[in-house]
Design a protein around this ligand. Structure first.
Ligand SMILES: [Zn+2]
Length: 132
């Protein structure tokens, strides 16, 4: 399957090119740093650019609602659409998160694709209860 090759190539590229941050401690710090940058990029989309808005309030959920109903009742609280600049910034942050996640996998001899398959299998088994 092509997708497993892409994940393996990505993980191999990370292994070959990530020279400066070889310590698991450095990589763990980078994961946290990139996570913060992702959140900062999303916040800037709201507060500086304005292409998206966050409109949140308490959700009212009927007592008889099922888990399946929640998908239609709960709101993302995101209004609007990312402009090209904000989309690029957020994609860059997510790319760095994938990079450092792959780096942790490399240092711990884990395979990114195997982890994704395992998680997908778990989600399918648990269905809606997985993310509740
Ligand atoms: Zn924007």
């Amino acid at each position: 399957m092509l997708k497993d090759i892409i994940f393996d190539e990505f993980q191999n590229t990370v292994s070959e090119l990530l020279i400066c941050n070889r310590s698991i401690l450095d990589i763990m710090a980078k994961v946290q740093e990139t996570n913060a940058k992702l959140h900062k990029s999303i916040i800037k989309s709201v507060t500086r650019c304005g292409c998206i808005q966050i409109d949140a309030s308490k959700s009212t959920i009927p007592s008889e609602a099922t888990l399946a109903d929640l998908m239609h009742l709960l709101d993302s609280h995101v209004k609007g659409h990312l402009c090209d600049s904000c989309r690029d910034s957020i994609e860059n942050s997510l790319g760095k998160m994938f990079l450092y996640t792959a780096a942790i996998c490399n240092l711990l001899d884990l395979n990114v694709y195997d982890i994704l398959l395992k998680e997908q299998k778990q989600m399918k088994i648990l269905g809606l209860y997985n993310l509740a």
